[in-house]
Design a protein around this ligand. Structure first.
Ligand code: SAM
Length: 179
């Protein structure tokens, strides 16, 4: 999967969103994104995500950013990238995903925490809903990436993994690699 797709997590609330933001990062990695940028968050979140990448493989980058999300988005667009904002108010993913997949530009998928600023709806190239019901950024991101990659991310191989699971019907088998 060559597609350059990254995630931007905005609106993280210190302490309160620690677990959710970490899971947004873990889902981004596991479901085939190349990296995550997180605005104003604890170092612990980056440490946890980087630790998973070290053990289970990559490539995946995690960056905590302290620039304003608007500035980040505008830089992304200046570098010829596109913005896909996941929101329950957007157009249904099933109507737009083929068009998004065909776009050649690097993609930034934005997920919020609490209510996102209105401007984001206008700065985004796409406002995409995963159902028009309220749920979670973790679920929305997982489903978006799955539709984007048409399920291919489920068999993604990670490089430089120290541990690999051998899937089995019952029990657990993990092999350690000598890298
Ligand atoms: N009520 C908030 C608002 O109006 O923006 C959303 C809060 S929700 C807990 C946090 C994030 O989850 C949203 O910013 C959005 O990225 C994502 N999200 C929640 N439901 C969604 C849906 N149905 N479709 C797409 N994204 C969704």
């Amino acid at each position: 999967m060559q597609e350059e797709i990254y995630v931007l997590r905005i609106g993280h609330r210190i302490e309160r969103d620690k677990r959710v933001t970490t899971h947004v990062g873990l889902v981004a990695r596991a479901f085939g994104a190349k990296g995550i940028f997180i605005t104003n968050a604890e170092n612990e979140i980056k440490s946890k995500i980087d630790q998973v990448t070290r053990i289970w493989g990559g490539p995946f980058i995690c960056e905590l950013i302290d620039v304003d999300w608007k500035k980040f988005i505008s830089n992304w667009k200046n570098e010829n990238g596109i913005i896909i904002h996941l929101t329950m108010y957007g157009l249904p993913v099933e109507e737009k995903i083929d068009e998004i997949r065909l776009r050649k530009e690097k993609k930034l998928v934005v997920v919020g925490a609490e209510k996102v600023p209105n401007e984001l709806y206008y700065l985004s190239d796409y406002n995409i809903s995963i159902t028009n019901q309220p749920h979670s950024e973790i679920a929305a991101l997982a489903l978006f990436l799955d539709r984007f990659y048409s399920g291919k991310e489920l068999s993604l191989k990670f490089s430089n993994a120290k541990l690999k699971i051998v899937p089995m019907e019952r029990g657990k088998k993990v092999i350690e690699s000598r890298i």
